[in-house]
Design a protein around this ligand. Structure first.
Ligand SMILES: [Zn+2]
Length: 220
C-alpha cells in the first residue's frame, strides 16, 4: 500500500493510493497561490464569493468541499512576491474552510515557512497540515513539527540526498509522507529511494505512512 500524498492528474491535485488491487484517487480542492491571477479580478472589492464561484464552476466550491479528502494544494509562495499579500488572504480563507469542514490541508510553501508557522499559531488551526515538497533545514522542520504539522518529501530525495538523509534521520516517522507531485515518477520508486536512504524496510515505511494517512483522514 503506497500513499502518494500529493500528485496531479491533469490539472487536478489529488491523493493517490496504489496497492495490489490497483489505484485509488482522492480529489483535493483548493486555490493554489499561483492561480490567484488566473481566477481573480483584484479590482473587485467583494472578492471572496465571486472568486470561489469562478474558481469552482457550477457545482460550487462548497459542494465539492463536502466530498473532498483534503484542501489542497494551497499555501504561500515568495517566488510570486507581487501577489504575496493576496496569497495570505486566500490562504487564511482556506484555513477557515479547513477548520469548519474538518478537512486536512496539503500545503505548498516556497520561502515562506516562518509565515506558515506564524499563521498556524495565530489562527490556532487544529486540522492537520501536510507541508508538501519539504526541502528545508532540520531546524525549520522542527518548528513545523512543534505546531503539529506533517512533512512530505519528494524530489529532495533525488536532488539533494545529503539534505534528505538529514531530514529522514530527524523526522518522527509518524509525521512523514512521500509524494510524486509533478515529477512523473512512480510512487513505489519514491518509497524505495526513501527506504534506502533511511536504511529501513520499504514494507515498514508503507505501513507507517498508511497509518499516518489514516490519522489525517480521521481528523475530520
Ligand atoms: Zn503540486
Amino acid at each position: 500500500m503506497f500513499v502518494d500524498i500529493h500528485t496531479h492528474i491533469d490539472n487536478q491535485s489529488v491523493i493517490k493510493i496504489v496497492d495490489e488491487n490497483g489505484v485509488r484517487i482522492f480529489e483535493t480542492v483548493g486555490i493554489h497561490p499561483w492561480e490567484l491571477d488566473r481566477h481573480f479580478d483584484w479590482s473587485e472589492a467583494e472578492w471572496r464569493n465571486p472568486f470561489f464561484e469562478k474558481a469552482f464552476g457550477n457545482g460550487g466550491f462548497l459542494d465539492k468541499l463536502e466530498m473532498t479528502a483534503a484542501i489542497g494544494e494551497v499555501g504561500l509562495d515568495k517566488a510570486h512576491k507581487e501577489t504575496f499579500e493576496k496569497q495570505i488572504e486566500v490562504f487564511e480563507e482556506m484555513i477557515r474552510l479547513s477548520e469548519s469542514y474538518r478537512k486536512p490541508m496539503i500545503v505548498h510553501c516556497v520561502r515562506a515557512y516562518s509565515e506558515i508557522i506564524a499563521i498556524r499559531k495565530q489562527t490556532k488551526a487544529t486540522m492537520p497540515w501536510v507541508i508538501h515538497g519539504f526541502n528545508s533545514s532540520v531546524e525549520t522542520m522542527r518548528q513545523l513539527l512543534k505546531y503539529d504539522m506533517y512533512i512530505s518529501l519528494g524530489e529532495v530525495l533525488y536532488r539533494n540526498e545529503n539534505q534528505a538523509v538529514e531530514i529522514l534521520k530527524n523526522v518522527p516517522l509518524d509525521r512523514l509522507f512521500l509524494e510524486t507531485d509533478v515529477s512523473g515518477r512512480d510512487i513505489r520508486e519514491v518509497y524505495d529511494k526513501a527506504a534506502k536512504l533511511m536504511n529501513f524496510e520499504v514494507e515498514l515505511l508503507c505501513k507507517q505512512i498508511f497509518e499516518n494517512y489514516g490519522r489525517l483522514e480521521t481528523a475530520h
